[in-house]
Structures are given as C-alpha cells and as structure tokens.
Ligand binder design. Structure first.
Ligand SMILES: [Zn+2]
Ligand SMILES: [Zn+2]
Length: 352
C-alpha cells in the first residue's frame, strides 16, 4: 500500500510502499482511507523543526486527519460494521488517568497521537482503536469529513471562549483561524475580525463574509479594530498564529476582562507583560489543545451539516495523495487554505 512517511531525520517526506496491514488487534479496526487533511502538525514534521525532531521516531507514516471506510474489525469491537464511513479522534488517551476519568481526556498525559507517535493516516489503510471512531453522517462530503480534527480544534477554542454577542478578534488566518472565524460567526459573535498578513489567506477570510479582515502590516490595523469594537478592543481573542509579536499586539488591544484563547504554538518561550496586560486588565488566558472527547465532535458534526459552503471555502485544494509534495510546497508558499489529499482514487492504480 501507498504511504507518506518520514523516513529520514531531515526536512521532507517520502512515498513508501508497504505491505498491506494484517488483521486488526482486539479492540482495533482497519480503515481504508478515503481522504486525509494536511495539518500544521504534518507541516512541522515535514519541516523537521525542533518539536518534531524531539518527538517523532523515524520511520513513521504521518497524517491524522482522515475519513475512510472500515475494512476489518478486531475482536471485541461492537457498534461498527465493515463498510461504515468513519473519522477518528487522533489523540488516543489512556482512559484511566485522573484527566480521562474527569471528562478531560484531551489533556491526558499519556496521549499517543496517530501519525505522530504511531502509524498515521497518510496511507491506504490505518489501524485505529474502535473507541476513537466517529460515524460520519450521510450529509457530510468526504473532503469535509476528513477535517473533524482541525475543525474540532477551532470549535473547542470558540466554544471555550464563549463568543456569543462578543467582539471577536482572530489572530492568524491559516485553516484553523479561518474555521474559527466561520464558527464564531455561526455562534452569534457580535463582530468577527481576522488579522492575517498573507494576502492569499486574507482573500479566503474575505470570502467568509467577516466584519473585518486586516493585515497587521497595515498601519491603520489597530484603529480599524478599535473602531469595529466600540473603542474598547476585542472581548475575545482567538490566537492561532503562535507569533510572539502578534500575541503581544493582540494582548495590548484586548478589552479589559477579555478572554484570550491561545492555540498557536510559539517556537519558544514568549515574554508577556502579565502585570499590566493580564492581571490589571482582568484578562483570562486559555490554553487550547485537542478536542473535548466527544462533546466537540457532536458540535463539529452539527456545524458541518449546517455549513457546507463555509467548509468548501476554506478547503482550497484536493490533491491526489501521490502529489503530496505539491501540497507541502503550497504550504511553504502560504498559497492555500486547507489541503486535502485524495487516497480513494489510488485504489487499484498502485502496487499493493
Ligand atoms: Zn491536525
Ligand atoms: Zn489519560
């Protein structure tokens, strides 16, 4: 079977033909992948930055955002049948620690991640625990259904920050920022502004019909955001850039009492003026990781069923899986929204 793997501890990803998988273990299922999204995490692994070099053991098949059909079922699995169309939560939590047992499996310290710590979904087949599967309803197209994971990140952030009737600023217009903007609108934000320097991404944001799309390089950007937010600044900031300067600028701009949710991962420690900008302003900082299991999944399913047009605007490319290198080049250039790789069309065309 065709897979996309990190075979060397250096920049790049390589196509690898592997033997088809054996029968799944007890509690596991085999999924024939239909489509898989390229995530920022995959881009980190492709780039081989400090985080991925410290975490990923080569060789490793990567990819964790996917939809597929069940092709084999291990012993003891109930509730699923061969042929079912499923996605899966890529964080495999331990299920027994204090966090898992208190409804917080997304912060389980023993999490193993599909496509990071164990073989991933950039492959014709992936083996996953049945406990992590999600039945995808008929009304959601394959390219959308592959994206429960990143839309879930955005959903978890927006839902945690409670945006209804609030002025919301999204810092960063990559796919998660774009999904977060669409979700914030759908959740009844008073205004949604998005800040993004890349023109291609700003253009996608404009297509989402937001209240303001602005470049941080625009000298009037702060004035425009203040004007939109009654001179007070945003009451909710959703930070997805991971950029230290952008984080500081947004913290300056945030209204007193704001909720400041952070999902973007900075490349190193970030200095913040906590006294003046957080304590004295009464700002709440929220770290956002993963998705709530499985509350976020129900929310994402409802959003995808109701908003296919918004989903379609953020997905800018669907590439044959064999053209994955082109996908990563597009990400290098920042010339894309979300990229989805098509694995279904490989069926029967490649040696198994
Ligand atoms: Zn992802
Ligand atoms: Zn746990």
């Amino acid at each position: 079977m065709f897979t996309i793997a990190k075979t060397e501890a250096s920049r790049g990803l390589w196509p690898v033909l592997k033997d088809s998988l054996r029968e799944p273990e007890a509690g596991m299922v085999m999924v024939d992948v239909i489509a898989a999204g390229i995530c920022g995490t995959d881009y980190h692994i492709y780039s081989w930055d400090a985080w991925s070099a410290g975490r990923v053991r080569t060789p490793m098949t990567i990819g964790h955002e996917f939809v597929g059909r069940i092709s084999a079922i291990g012993a003891g699995v109930t509730g699923f049948s061969i042929g079912d169309r499923v996605s899966a939560e890529c964080h495999i939590a331990c299920g027994t620690c204090r966090f898992c047992r208190t409804g917080n499996a997304h912060i389980c310290e023993k999490t193993s991640i599909i496509g990071v710590d164990r073989p991933g979904a950039f492959a014709e087949q992936v083996e996953v625990p049945a406990s992590n599967l999600w039945h995808v309803p008929e009304g959601i197209p394959d390219a959308h259904a592959a994206l429960f994971d990143p839309v879930g990140n955005a959903m978890h952030m927006v839902a945690s920050a409670k945006v209804t009737a609030k002025d919301v600023l999204i810092v960063g217009g990559g796919p998660i920022g774009l999904f977060a903007a669409a979700i914030a609108k759908a959740h009844g934000a008073r205004t949604v502004a998005l800040q993004e320097p890349n023109q291609a991404r700003a253009a996608i944001a404009r297509s989402l019909d937001l209240d303001l799309v602005v470049s941080p390089r625009d000298p009037d950007s702060t004035d425009k955001i203040l004007e939109l937010t009654r001179g007070q600044g945003p009451e909710v900031v959703l930070e997805v850039s991971g950029n230290a300067a952008a984080i500081n600028a947004a913290l300056d701009l945030a209204a007193p009492g704001a909720v400041f949710a952070l999902l973007g991962i900075p490349s190193g420690p970030v200095a913040l003026d906590l006294g003046a900008k957080v304590v004295m302003k009464g700002v709440s900082l929220l770290g956002i990781t993963g998705r709530r299991m499985y509350e976020t999944w129900y929310q994402v399913e409802a959003f995808m069923l109701k908003n296919p047009a918004l989903m379609g605007k953020v997905i800018t490319h669907i590439l044959p899986a064999t053209d994955f290198a082109r996908g990563f080049e597009l990400m290098d250039e920042g010339a894309c929204g979300k990229i989805v790789l098509d694995f279904a069309s490989l069926k029967g065309r490649l040696p198994q």
